[in-house]
Design a protein. Structure first.
Length: 61
């Protein structure tokens, strides 16, 4: 089990605005998997990092 982050923490970690994260959830784009507990939204830190790594664009070696 990994550490779970609030949407504010994910916003800070990724540089995405809170509104972007909320729109992502509302319009089913699903940049990052999340869990709803009542009205609270949580993101597993490892899922966020993994999703960012999948989108990484780097120079060919």
């Amino acid at each position: 089990m990994g550490k779970y982050l609030t949407e504010k923490e994910v916003s800070k970690l990724t540089g995405l605005a809170l509104s972007s994260l909320r729109n992502d959830r509302a319009y089913a784009r699903k940049l990052f998997p999340y869990v709803k507990i009542g009205r609270s939204v949580r993101y597993r830190e490892s899922d966020v990092v993994e999703a960012m790594e999948r989108r990484k664009i780097g120079l060919a070696e």
